[in-house]
Design a binder for this molecule. Structure first.
Ligand code: MD3
Ligand code: FE
Length: 223
């Protein structure tokens, strides 16, 4: 066990002795357990730095509701939502500046995760950063704002655990639950790419000084 700082928060104890494993969840979807633990210090340092340039904020849905998940982005393209709709944008609407560059630690983890399960040419141009404070959730949806659904999605979970739900290809299809813990990576490719999915309300937890859940979602959004 070693101690890792997160920004100006208090030190936290994180277990770094778990060994990474790969398991298939459904066809074309893989859980890479503990895959992000090895570089967590660098990931969290890079995350802290880029959030200073483009802070987390609660975006508004086209319907006018404030999302319970706070978001930011890095990379060439960032996912945004406002009264006009959901889309990818080159600039942060909060600062009118380009999104911060994708840190090498982020890009390398995403590419190594994708290639570990057979997606060799993943070049993400977008990384959405989702922050779930206790109680935040993401209701069942599909990711359809990207141009090429043949590209996989890589998701990295940090901090508090959460129950991820994935369903079928129609909203009413039954869902299966999966616990995502600190350091877990999921790769969604092939036919799993268009499955409905969501996150149940995050519960308060002990044993971490990151008193929230952070999810990094890597995508190829543009051409
Ligand atoms: C399964 N985020 O930002 S990441 C999202 O944990 C989103 O913050 C969740 O869904 C989160 O859109 C889940 C894992 C994920 C991402 C995309 C998927 C799972 C997926 C696309 C298809 C199927
Ligand atoms: Fe999604």
């Amino acid at each position: 066990m070693r101690f890792v700082g997160f920004g100006k928060e208090k030190l936290m104890d994180l277990f770094t002795d778990q060994q990474p494993t790969v398991q298939q969840i459904v066809k074309d979807a893989y859980l890479l357990k503990s895959f992000a633990l090895r570089n967590q210090t660098q990931l969290l340092a890079d995350l802290t730095q880029l959030l200073e340039a483009s802070p987390l904020r609660n975006m508004v849905t086209p319907g006018g509701f404030s999302m319970s998940v706070a978001m930011s982005n890095c990379g060439e393209l960032g996912w945004v939502s406002d009264r006009k709709g959901y889309r990818y944008a080159t600039h942060d609407p909060l600062t009118d500046k380009p999104w911060p560059a994708m840190p090498n630690s982020f890009r390398t983890l995403a590419q190594q995760s994708a290639s570990a399960v057979g997606y060799e040419n993943f070049h993400p141009d977008a990384c959405l950063i989702n922050q779930y404070k206790v109680g935040a959730r993401m209701s069942l949806h599909q990711d359809k704002n990207e141009l090429d659904f043949n590209q996989p999605i890589v998701s990295v979970s940090l901090g508090l655990p959460a129950i991820f739900q994935f369903g079928g290809f129609e909203r009413a299809d039954k869902t299966v639950s999966l616990l995502l813990e600190h350091g877990d990576v999921v790769v969604w490719g092939g036919e799993s790419r268009l499955r409905f999915h969501g996150i149940l309300p995050v519960k308060a937890g002990q044993n971490t000084a990151l008193n929230c859940r952070i999810n990094l979602t890597f995508r190829r959004a543009g051409k």
